[in-house]
Design a protein around this ligand. Structure first.
Ligand SMILES: Cc1cc2nc3c(=O)[nH]c(=O)nc-3n(C[C@H](O)[C@H](O)[C@H](O)COP(=O)(O)OP(=O)(O)OC[C@H]3O[C@@H](n4cnc5c(N)ncnc54)[C@H](O)[C@@H]3O)c2cc1C
Length: 342
């Protein structure tokens, strides 16, 4: 079947992944509306290709050329869609930039997303791993999302429960993987806003600024300042933020490890399990600041792997595997990567 879609072939993805690794897509389609997704579904040749739904490319590791169709989601639009006694409901299209969306909500006087300022990427990708930072996850103010189901061609609305959010996890990494395209996300931003100051970094930054009663904007500014100091800017040095999830272990494992490593950073979880700081484990194995070929471990944060210039996705994957092996050998803890490997 012929189609009028602006598909490009053998398309470079180098500028479209924040690691800045060189890889190409067999076919590439910038998507600005849902009708184009339906057209892809109707086109036998395009529909037969493996698919990659791409937002800002800030949570993927391209280890090879992608042998299929990249759908680069650029659907735009932000609007307030409702209000009740408890919340203001704001809907953003999947192709909106996450940080710009957060700033938009703050400019409307709506708090709730400020701790998630400056996380790279798109609104549509935010639910995929339930993005989180500084004590907040999007599930905390998530209301619902609309998705396009590639298998049926239907548009569905999923509420919070249906998304099955967990720590850097959701149904989109499991049952709906490779099937759902998030079209828009609706947030319920609280009428009675309360500052989330669970993270010492944030309270210290506010104190340094002489702020004791912070507004959502104050918290956003503090988070932006902290993140700018701690994390490499992908425009300058390729990276995908935290490369590993913080591993979750049992209290018994934690106790055994503390016998050997009394300084070990650990956080008790409400369900009795314990989260370890992956960055601390990696640092203890001596990886911080090291380089392997053109891939490396960021000097200021052992959890961040970087492309020092010209690294391939395989270089970065090999470095990650070496780090995983060291941490497993020393601590008997398995580190799980956060970005999606392709
Ligand atoms: C410097 C830096 C700091 C970071 N800090 C944080 C942090 O503090 N907390 C955090 O949680 N993450 C963080 N990240 C990771 C990343 O920003 C988030 O995971 C972000 O949500 C990814 O968005 P993206 O649009 O770039 O997704 P992409 O990398 O394009 O895609 C990621 C995954 O989502 C899927 N996807 C993308 N868009 C859609 C859609 N519309 N529908 C269905 N599936 C889709 C893709 O197929 C892929 O599986 C950081 C990354 C960097 C580079």
């Amino acid at each position: 079947m012929t189609h009028s879609l602006p598909v490009q072939y053998n398309f470079s993805l180098r500028q479209l992944n924040t690691f800045g690794v060189a890889a190409s897509a067999q076919a590439y389609l910038p998507v600005s509306n849902v009708a184009q997704l339906e057209q892809v579904r109707q086109d036998a040749a395009l529909a037969a290709l493996p698919r990659l739904v791409l937002g800002g490319g800030s949570n993927i590791l391209l280890t090879r050329d992608f042998p299929g169709l990249v759908l680069h989601i650029g659907i735009k639009g932000i609007e307030i869609v409702g209000e009740d006694d408890s919340a203001t409901y704001v809907r953003a299209a999947a192709g909106e930039n996450w940080h710009q969306f957060v700033q938009w909500t703050l400019a409307q006087g709506l708090g709730g997303l400020e701790n998630l300022s400056l996380i790279p990427g798109s609104v549509g990708a935010a639910p995929i791993q339930n993005i989180g930072a500084y004590g907040v996850e999007i599930k905390d103010s998530f209301h619902s999302l609309t998705l396009f189901d590639f298998e049926t061609g239907e548009q569905l609305v999923l509420d919070k429960e249906a998304c099955m959010f967990g720590y850097r996890d959701s149904v989109f990494k499991h049952r709906l993987r490779d099937r759902a395209v998030v079209l828009d996300v609706t947030f319920a931003l609280p009428r009675q806003w309360q500052a989330n100051l669970r993270y010492a970094d944030v309270t210290q930054e506010l104190a340094a600024r002489g702020i004791s009663q912070p507004t959502p904007q104050d918290i956003s500014a503090a988070v932006i300042a902290i993140r700018t100091r701690k994390l490499p800017d992908p425009a300058v040095i390729g990276n995908a933020g935290s490369f590993f999830k913080n591993p979750v272990v049992t209290a018994a494992q934690r106790d055994a490890l503390l016998q050997r490593y009394p300084q070990m950073v650990n956080y008790a979880q409400p369900d009795g399990s314990v989260k370890l700081a992956a960055g601390w484990l990696i640092d203890q194995c001596g990886w911080k600041g090291r380089t392997a070929g053109a891939a490396g471990v960021y000097e200021k944060q052992a959890l961040v792997l970087v492309n020092r210039g010209g690294a391939s996705g395989t270089d970065i994957a090999q470095l990650a595997a070496a780090i995983q092996a060291d941490v497993a050998q020393r601590f008997d803890v398995q580190l799980e990567p956060e970005p999606i490997f392709l």
